[in-house]
Design a binder for this molecule. Sequence first.
Ligand code: IVH
Length: 707
Amino acid sequence: MDLRERYEALKREIHFHNYRYHVLDAPLISDAEFDRLMAELRQLEAEHPDWVTPDSPTQRAGAPPAEKFEKVHHPRPILSLSNAFNAEETRAWFERIRKLDDRVEHAAFVVEPKIDGLSVVLHYRNGVFVQGATRGDGEVGEDITANLRTVKAIPLKIPVTDGRIGGGREEKQIPLFELTSPTHPLSSNIGLIPSYLVVRGEAFITIKDFEALNKRLEEAGERTYLNPRNTAAGSLRQLDPAITASRPLTLLVYQVVYAEGGDVPSTQWELLEWLRALGFPVTDIARRFTDIESAIAYAESWAARRDELPYEADGMVIKVDDLRLAEELGYVGKDPRGAIAFKFPAREVTTKLLSIDVEVGRTGVLTPRAVLEPVEIGGVIVRNATLHNFDYIAEKDIRIGDRVLVKRAGDVIPYVIGPLPEARTGTEQPYSPPHICPACGQPVEHFEGEVAWYCVNAACPAQLVRNIEHFVSKGGMDIAGLGIKIVEKLIESGAVKDIADLYYLTRQDILEAVTKKDRETEKEPPGKIADNLLAAIAASKKQSLPRLLAALGIRGVGEVVARDLAQAFGSLDALAGASPEQLQRVEGIGPNIATAIVDWFRQPQNQKVLDKLKAAGVWPVMHSSQSEQTTNGPLSGLTFVITGTLAGFTREGVKEFIEQNGGKVTDSVSKKTDYLVLGENPGSKLQKAQALGVKIIGEEELRRMVQ
Ligand code: IVH
């Protein structure tokens, strides 16, 4: 194979593994192996920039921010759907179209989920993804190609083949359904793929990814999002594709809008399988039925199980399977007669907004929370709902006493959609955000460019409660039994003024707090609670450095960043002395987190906390083995430096390999270096190692040391 062939084969292989991971959720290779393929591709592209095409896997990210979005005329109108809110209305729809065309009597139907996301239109020319647009008004949408390219579930090239390099099979373009869809094999073969193909799908964020995203933002002290749909829509309408790339968007494809120069299946059922065979993500809960009653029963069955869906769906779509018949049934306005949305019961209700509470978060962010007249939404009693932020209340003109529309979607926290101004009686009170912190009474502050208001009082008891809650949580120091009520009492009595004070608590302090706390509800005697708590606090002194770091609550330093920092710096002393530049050398740490870390260590009250922790013996350091799990591996106690390109490892991969086996990897050669691992085209580290007499090994030897 010459280099060019290798390049083409590599692109196919990467597309295939991307598909296995992002579409099928069934990867065949490890992340490290995938990274190695990408690194090889990047290397080839660096050497041959003229080879790079828009469908290269390297082209997903990296487009510069746009000034505005260009307009795109859709090749055919992007239609909408009419709704049915129950079985009765669905039967009425069936009757209407049956009267129009008697073929409907014996028609089959396909039932698919109606995902609540954003409709997108994807164009492929000669199998290459060339343009992507929003729906817009159905005739003209916006060109969001650069953003859609970052969505890994979108194939940049179709068909996605099985990707195997070598063996001479790749030119045959093995259809994926042979590999991926044993349940509904395609009746005909894939046919001639249209030279110009335009498909439509729904882009969205899964509920799980949405919650993880919000958790990450919360950890970073940033504003969280209201719901998956708005987040998906907002993410795709970013002018900077780098922002879109950071959001966990995915999609499912369900329609061919336009095709030229090739064959397209003639039924919806085959179309879905055909799209899947080409490498598009397609729902796996679609079913075909030969009568309308079974179709309705299937749609109803999902209405009852909607919480099992990984995404927000507002209904199921029932479609006439025969696409020619569906087309001939025509349209009512923008709604095709050949399909109907079977809507799930709305999880929106109206209730009275009794008052607005303000919560103070760990980072001091003030968030408004609606206190509602209790109301049932989809089987759950809702008493509180999020109001997003103070700007939101003002924008929506939400007043205390208003009837408000509240939505519960998926398992996401309920939120207030807006007021019903027509229901006002004149007694409603406009709301103004507090000028002082509701917990400590200190003035609140607003930072340039941010929507949030902050309580900046480092001694604010509400922040302290949240900080301690975070400090003792399972992912942190894991101090069982230190509930929020006891914490509040300990702060009230003055026994705890910062997190370090926990290590100076006496039995008496705890006894008082426990006794003040509602004793009736306690199952255990206060003495026992105090002893258990003291034991748990003492035990937490042995927590590892990554745990302690994550527990400190530094902005942007969650579990992952804490582990990386601990590995890179080894101790709090080293970390406290690190410059922003040094911090940014750690993978995953950008200027914002670096600044937050430096600022945190610079604050006098935090220095005091650290001194107290140290004096109490809470001062973990990382030993020669760098990762938490491997304190003794075959490479434990040994320090390695790597130079040049290794054939069987990426840079990250070899580092991981050494660390997992207990060794340590540093950037530069010194007298402390035990081994230099030598690859192709080594740098100056080789001479330095030779000069210092450091042992030089190849990757084979490295592997042997581990066996
Ligand atoms: S079919 C002729 N199928 O629901 C085709 N729509 O009001 C018309 N949607 O804007 C659309 N999942 O964004 C269809 N499986 C699905 C869908 C789906 C979600 C959205 C779509 C459209 C809205 C219909």
